[in-house]
Write a protein that binds this ligand. Structure first.
Ligand code: F6P
Length: 557
């Protein structure tokens, strides 16, 4: 597998030198220097998504140097390895082929299958899976599939966590305007409040549970699935046949699914070559397809596929994912701006930053490189957080404008919002988005709102002053549609892939979550046991906390 330490690349060194040249430049200087800066730092994706990246501390030379870095590191070869089915997820010995989950006609795949005949099976898997999703979606929406007591299904409860929850949940909300009559609920947390709240609102007779877990072993999911199964069986007086009409599995682990009691015809497959956080376009999207209908679901696939082609076919200057990836590395590694913010100016997009957190930080929050070495000399993933505008303008924006640390932002907004364009509220919303982006980049430079001539204001002016020079991107989506959602998900997936490649890490495993799971199983044993802990099994803090917990709980009994 390609293993190249980025900082030993000749182009990385050139970037370092160039950084020293331009680090004192201001965003406003770049605009003064080049009257056509906006046109040059703007990308139009099919008149549907527009990226303005002009308000950044970069110029064309920075992009050129990153382009050379990608060449020096043999990025094209890495893409080739991925798409021809090489197991680039080395530590889990898996191929990474989520691009094919939306390559419905096999256009991209046909270019690569000669290098690996198995890819033909991949296409078959995709087609069969989508056919099954389409048929099932139709049956549920049209009331053909009935519950065990012959009631039409009204409620869908998706039980899953991480990648088996965040993608579909975020998308159902994002596409609220496309929603049909079905109520879609999501249960993820092992905190019983999550599932109890939902069960209290619905009845087993018209509810379908989707147990969504690639491994079918995840503690939270299996614990909630057991609660749901008991609830249904209790209603049907322990008649196991009822499970057939009320439980669906989305998984890769057939054995565990059978053991749980789900009928083999009710299994929707997740192929091995799709990672959890990249799985929305596979069967993990089933709850989304049920919410918006298969036709819309297929438009989501189309949007993602078109963005895949955009990424694969465009040079760096016209390539949205590459541009966003290099900007992010530029700040995190050269300017040492280690956080990133995603600000969505639309309530329907509110879960998008949460979805991105898993995608970005689970993929690229790693400290061992592809050669097995500890990474000491550069930063891997930034910390990503997000919020909904305008709400967050009234909470944490103070720090964005006047804090001592600089946090680069992506603003995302919708241009034409037909449904909610009441009393020009939408215009006000977007005015805020543009205003915040402008204020962050230029401070008070253009408007002079906070400068007064009189001396008595001098001191106060210091507090009121906005230095600006805080970089940000704007992504404008023409309309919120399944197509545009598919496109921006794919866009960020590729951004993460490119960054992981440059940073020389394995983006598709997630070993960092395993230790906590193991320790928690161990602690669970001791929380369930009254005569515990005479030995020093854990540290003093953990031991004492367990004792306090047990004292209270066992006393009650
Ligand atoms: O623990 C992390 C993780 O493995 C994620 O990568 C994944 O999306 C999530 O758990 C859920 O996994 P599964 O679909 O196997 O239940």
């Amino acid at each position: 597998m390609l293993d190249k330490n980025p900082i030993q690349m000749c182009c990385w060194k050139k970037l370092q030198d160039y950084y020293l040249n331009i680090k004192n430049f201001k965003i406003i200087d770049f605009f003064k220097k080049d009257k056509n800066r906006f046109e040059k730092f703007f990308i139009n994706f099919k008149n549907k998504i527009f990226l303005d990246f002009s308000k950044n501390l970069i110029d064309i030379k920075v992009i050129k140097l990153f382009n050379n870095l990608l060449k020096e590191m043999e990025f094209d070869k890495f893409i080739f390895l991925m798409l021809s089915g090489e197991k680039i997820n080395v530590t889990e010995k898996r191929s990474v082929l989520h691009i094919y989950s939306r390559d419905v006609k096999g256009g991209i795949l046909k270019k690569y299958y000669k290098n690996n005949n198995n890819l033909v099976y991949v296409l078959n898997e995709v087609t069969l899976n989508l056919k099954k999703i389409k048929k099932f979606t139709k049956e549920i929406i049209n009331g053909i599939w009935l519950g065990y007591s012959n009631c039409k299904i009204k409620n869908i409860v998706n039980i899953g966590i991480g990648g088996s929850n965040l993608g579909p949940k975020m998308s159902v909300k994002f596409l609220s305007d496309y929603k049909n009559h079905l109520n879609i609920y999501y249960v993820s947390n092992v905190d019983v409040i999550d599932i109890k709240n939902i069960l209290s609102k619905i009845s087993p007779k018209n509810t379908l549970f989707i147990i969504c877990s690639k491994t079918f072993t995840t503690l939270e999911t299996m614990s909630n699935a057991d609660i749901a199964r008991d609830w249904v069986l209790n209603y049907y007086k322990n008649n196991l046949m009822s499970l057939k009409k009320h439980f669906i599995a989305v998984s890769n682990n057939f054995k565990k699914v059978y053991l749980f009691g789900i009928d083999k015809n009710n299994i929707f497959f997740i192929p091995e070559w799709i990672g959890g956080r990249y799985s929305l376009f596979s069967s993990v999207g089933l709850s989304l397809s049920l919410s918006i209908g298969y036709k819309n679901f297929s438009l989501l696939l189309k949007g993602a596929h078109d963005m895949d082609k955009h990424f694969l076919n465009n040079n760096i200057y016209n390539n949205i994912p590459i541009i966003l990836a290099i900007i992010s590395i530029w700040y995190n590694n050269f300017f040492n701006y280690n956080n990133e913010l995603v600000l969505v100016y639309n309530k329907y997009m509110s879960l998008f930053p949460l979805y991105l957190q898993q995608l970005v930080m689970e993929s690229n929050g790693k400290y061992i490189d592809r050669g097995g070495n500890l990474i000491k000399e550069y930063n891997t993933s930034s910390v990503l957080f997000g919020g909904v505008g305008t709400d967050c303008q009234h909470s944490f924006f103070q720090l964005l404008h006047q804090g001592t640390q600089i946090i680069p932002c992506d603003f995302i907004g919708e241009i034409v919002n037909i449904k909610n364009n009441i009393n020009k509220s939408h215009y006000k919303l977007i005015s805020n988005l543009f205003a915040q982006s402008h204020a962050l980049a230029f401070g008070d430079e253009y408007c002079n709102y906070f400068r007064h001539d009189s001396c008595e204001y001098d001191i106060l002016n210091k507090y009121k002053y906005f230095k600006g020079n805080r970089p940000n991107n704007i992504l404008l989506i023409k309309n919120i549609t399944p197509y545009s959602l598919g496109s921006i998900i794919s866009l960020y997936e590729h951004k993460v892939f490119i960054q992981g490649f440059i940073l020389n890490i394995f983006s598709f495993d997630q070993w960092g979550v395993e230790l906590g799971k193991k320790i928690s199983n161990n602690i669970y044993y001791y929380l369930n046991n009254s005569n515990v802990l005479n030995k020093n099994i854990f540290d003093k803090s953990t031991m004492n906390l367990i004792k306090i917990f047990n004292n209270f709980n066992f006393k009650k009994k």
